[in-house]
Design a protein. Structure first.
Length: 194
């Protein structure tokens, strides 16, 4: 059952933006505009997106849904862990869960983005900064429930699974402080100690 080219083919006119039916034997060339895939929250911020929330990114050809913080310290942060309460004890997740991530990514839930996603995100750029925030109200019976602490670590990287997702470059950049915080440590989970 061959189609009859006399029926015509649907063609879109670039100049006028309308559709028409034309002879299918006539070859036409066209170019479609494609949107560049964003590789992190900073790309979205630079493109003019300023709202905190869920965004799609592609890193090394792998798509991810991430929560972007577009306000804190200039914005453009990928939030890879959030603990809003003690309902999900992070210590009891296995290697596969830590590799792939767990929980529902969002502002009001406990989640871990995943070590493989962190490895990809931290190796796509030369100088990745990690921001750590701790709040006293996230721990039951905390000594300082109103406490809020944060710090930035420059040149942060997470190694590959072959290195057990070893932490690299956790250098403290507090003013007048030198040293590292956990550089060279690798991920250890229940039933898989390295």
């Amino acid at each position: 059952d061959e189609s009859d080219s006399a029926d015509g083919c649907i063609v879109s006119s670039f100049e006028k933006g309308n559709w028409s039916t034309e002879n299918c034997d006539e070859k036409k060339c066209f170019v479609c505009e494609t949107r560049v895939a964003m590789s992190d929250c900073t790309d979205w911020l630079k493109a003019g997106y300023k709202d905190d929330g869920m965004y799609s990114i592609v890193v090394n050809g792998t798509p991810h849904r991430v929560y972007c913080d577009m306000h804190t310290a200039g914005g453009g942060w990928v939030v890879f862990q959030r603990r809003v309460d003690g309902n999900d004890p992070f210590w009891n997740h296995n290697w596969t869960e830590y590799r792939n991530g767990f929980g529902n990514i969002g502002l009001d839930s406990n989640f871990w983005l995943g070590n493989e996603a962190l490895h990809q995100l931290t190796h796509k750029d030369w100088d990745v900064t990690l921001r750590v925030e701790m709040r006293g109200d996230r721990t039951p019976n905390a000594r300082n429930p109103n406490g809020y602490w944060w710090n930035h670590y420059s040149k942060f990287k997470v190694g590959s699974e072959k290195t057990h997702y070893k932490l690299e470059g956790l250098y403290i950049d507090w003013k007048n402080r030198e040293g590292n915080a956990s550089t060279g440590w690798w991920v250890t989970v229940v039933m898989k100690d390295h």
